[in-house]
Design a protein around this ligand. Structure first.
Ligand SMILES: [Zn+2]
Length: 301
């Protein structure tokens, strides 16, 4: 199941208690569903739990039972439809809409006076016209409707509740969206999906940990590469001196350094200094190896 479906399934488990909120949630779903005009209500969804919840909302708020069909394409879609003029009129009058006009152009804030109802309205809107990206892929939550004023007014409701959405138009639809994970977490919790919010949080923590581990590993690898490259340069210099028969003529200290490196090509400078006998400091070994490299370079020139 996609994260969006999981989130919607969780929202569909929110209990329907207050009649005011039942009515408000239905209102959000109607304004954000596929078609709601004075001639027809048509909701197409792939979420069985939402289809069921919408049937209950319609029944509880208005005593209406829509027709239920499966999608023709057999892709698991469910279509809820209503064409009965009396039932549609009842729905419209519930929200103070005029039947002659297309009823979905504005949000009637009069029926959303309480915060509980505003939250319920947004839950219905999200269930019907919302989606959320899997947190493993990114942070994006959106509500999409074909009604410009509804989008503007829903954005205003969100702002009043403390959530500032982005707004954009896409293919003739109006989208309000959120991109910040903390805001999405808060909004999901407010709407009634705290488990989905927690999943975003834990995914975020996992991502941070794996980024840190990767950074450490890259850093270790870089250090290792440096050690190997330095040792390779030193070995090359020492072998070139050896080939020229110049090793024998060196001072005992330089000869010892050359010998150490030849015998231990894989060790870092400090490991090499530790196994010298008697032990020497890392910096004096560094000077000796540097001197050997300079000599080899002089020779080459
Ligand atoms: Zn309420």
């Amino acid at each position: 199941m996609s994260f969006s479906s999981e989130t919607k399934a969780e929202l569909c488990r929110v209990s329907m208690t207050k009649p005011c909120c039942v009515q408000a949630e239905l209102y959000g779903a109607l304004l954000y569903c596929n078609t709601f005009t004075h001639r027809e209500l048509r909701v197409v969804t792939e979420h069985a739990s939402f289809a069921q919840r919408l049937e209950r909302l319609l029944h509880r708020a208005a005593g209406i039972s829509p027709e239920r069909r499966s999608g023709e394409d057999g892709a698991g879609k469910i279509i809820l439809g209503l064409r009965d003029p009396a039932a549609l009129e009842k729905l419209c009058s519930l929200y103070g809409m005029e039947l002659e006009r297309s009823p979905s152009h504005h949000i009637n804030l009069g029926v959303l006076e309480e915060d509980c109802c505003r939250v319920s309205f947004l839950r219905g809107a999200f269930l019907a016209g919302g989606s959320i990206t899997d947190p493993g892929k990114g942070y994006h939550m959106e509500f999409i409707t074909s009604h410009y004023s509804v989008a503007r007014e829903a954005a205003a409701i969100l702002r009043e509740l403390g959530f500032k959405p982005g707004e954009l138009a896409r293919n003739g639809n109006y989208v309000i969206y959120f991109k910040q994970s903390e805001i999405i977490e808060d909004l999901l919790t407010t709407l009634g999906a705290p488990l989905a919010a927690m999943e975003i949080m834990s995914t975020k923590v996992e991502k941070e940990i794996s980024n840190k581990v990767n950074r450490c590993m890259n850093c270790d690898q870089a250090n290792l590469d440096k050690v190997v490259n330095a040792a390779q340069d030193q070995l090359k210099a020492i072998r070139s001196l050896e080939a020229q028969g110049k090793l024998k003529g060196l001072s005992p200290k330089l000869r010892e350094a050359a010998q150490l490196r030849l015998e231990n090509p894989e060790l870092s400078l400090s490991q090499l200094a530790d196994i010298a006998s008697p032990p020497i400091s890392k910096s004096s070994l560094h000077h000796r190896l540097k001197k050997l490299m300079e000599m080899a370079e002089e020779h080459e020139e």
